[in-house]
Design a protein around this ligand. Structure first.
Ligand code: SF4
Ligand code: SF4
Length: 138
């Protein structure tokens, strides 16, 4: 994921990233919401702990914030030699540590974040206001 504000450090960068940011979540693409039911479905999803939703450029994603079981206490990967391709291909040049944010267009960290976005950016009317619950992540 691209970042514009780089603090790239070729020497032991990952050792300074505690705990390894890129090993503490996974994300997958979802369909862009089109109608009220779609938005209600996303509100339901983000009502769950450790869940956020983001838009990167035009694409929507769900992000689950939880730690990989193979991230060891010393911040190293227990299966490094046979880690999955997503890990092998993850670049340290433009990663979660080297920028101040993920470069997202929008990042909804709570039910309220998404609810406010819906109210301000769509025609769908939700009568209830912010709940005060969350955020689900930093
Ligand atoms: S690749 Fe980036 S986010 Fe992942 S552990 Fe290294 S510095 Fe941290
Ligand atoms: S498999 Fe290893 S590199 Fe990949 S997320 Fe887990 S701890 Fe990180």
């Amino acid at each position: 994921m691209p970042n514009t504000k780089s603090k790239r450090d070729d020497t032991h960068q990952c050792e300074k990233c505690l705990p390894a940011y890129c090993c503490n979540y996974f994300a997958f693409g979802i369909d862009e919401p089109e109608d009220r039911r779609d938005y209600e479905s996303l509100l339901w999803k983000i009502a769950h702990e450790n869940t956020s939703i983001y838009i990167y450029r035009q694409d929507w994603f769900i992000m689950i914030h939880n730690r990989c079981n193979f991230l060891m206490p010393d911040n190293k990967c227990a299966i490094y030699d046979h880690r999955p391709y997503m890990c092998r291909e993850h670049s340290t040049e433009s990663c979660e540590y080297t920028g101040d944010d993920y470069g997202f267009t929008e990042h909804f960290k709570s039910y309220d974040d998404l609810l406010i976005y819906i109210k301000e950016n769509t025609k769908f009317r939700f009568k209830h206001g912010p709940t005060g619950v969350g955020p689900n992540c930093l």
